[in-house]
Design a protein around this ligand. Structure first.
Ligand SMILES: C[S@@+](CC[C@H](N)C(=O)[O-])C[C@H]1O[C@@H](n2cnc3c(N)ncnc32)[C@H](O)[C@@H]1O
Length: 255
């Protein structure tokens, strides 16, 4: 686990402008998907929200600006990320602190939050028992009826994406060393025992299909290196989601 923390500490120091991903449009899409859920679940007037694995705080800041009455806490196990988040946010409405998703019960009382969010954080845990234990702890920190909204990675969407790539003779996109993706079927089975309602939403399928299949094939044909600054990323991000071709899914779960 220390290697994963070292990795994020180093990224916060080396790439402060793109500390948590180089794919800026993906991050916007994730934040938009989270916001759309937060707007639809019927929050109390002053919701208590915890963002776990907040990284440089970019998603937390989007929540803060859309929910001016929210009481926001944001934690990350990387102290470097928390320093970066504090320096970028400039908001005194967000309490940033170091904290580990594996030790939520030691840190927060039961029912402390109306909403808890994660963004590609649970996939950093080293084995699936830790991942499901983290989901249990998230549920315990939620008020009854509160929501866990997460964007996390799944192997089924990744396999569908790779099979499309394979049909165009593009190489497989591997799961990176610091990530452990969930299996969709197992996730649904196990999380239904933790939460009262669980749903998975394919919010980024078209985006992945266009950027990781169509654009990749085009780049290969033209003999150029793909780059995140290409306008196709903005176009892909503006299309509605269809299909199941992205590793990243939105989890909407009710305590
Ligand atoms: C992909 S980044 C996402 C950051 C941010 N949520 C965003 O939207 O840009 C994942 C973050 O999770 C943090 N993280 C990984 N494992 C963690 C753990 N066990 N407890 C708390 N944070 C963790 C990492 O330090 C990293 O900042």
């Amino acid at each position: 686990m220390d290697e994963v923390k070292d990795y994020w500490d180093q990224r916060a120091k080396d790439q402060p402008q793109a500390a948590t991903t180089n794919d800026v449009y993906l991050r916007r899409l994730e934040a938009a998907a989270l916001m759309s859920q937060l707007c639809s679940i019927g929050l109390p007037p002053e919701p208590r929200i915890l963002d776990i694995g907040c990284g440089d705080g970019s998603t937390t800041s989007v929540i803060a600006s859309n929910f001016p009455n929210a009481r926001l806490e944001a934690i990350d196990f990387s102290a470097e990320m928390i320093d970066l988040a504090r320096s970028k946010s400039g908001s005194d409405r967000i309490t940033f602190s170091t904290g580990d998703v594996r030790h939520l019960r030691d840190r927060f009382p039961a029912s402390a939050f109306d909403v808890i969010s994660t963004n590609r954080c649970l996939i950093n845990l080293r084995d699936k028992e830790e991942q499901y234990e983290a989901l249990n702890q998230i549920r315990d920190c939620l008020t009854p009826g509160g929501y866990f909204i997460g964007t996390e990675n799944f192997i089924g969407g990744q396999a569908n994406l790779n099979s499309l790539r394979q049909s165009l003779a593009l190489e497989e996109i591997p799961v990176r060393w610091h990530n452990l993706y969930f299996d969709e079927t197992e996730f649904m089975d196990r999380s239904k025992k933790i939460f009262s309602e669980v749903e998975l939403l394919n919010f980024s399928s078209t985006y992945y299909l266009v950027t990781r299949v169509v654009y990749s094939a085009l780049c290969r044909k033209e003999g150029i290196e793909p780059g995140y600054e290409h306008p196709i990323y903005a176009i892909a991000a503006s299309l509605p989601a269809t299909g199941d071709f992205s590793p990243i899914k939105l989890i909407r779960a009710r305590a």
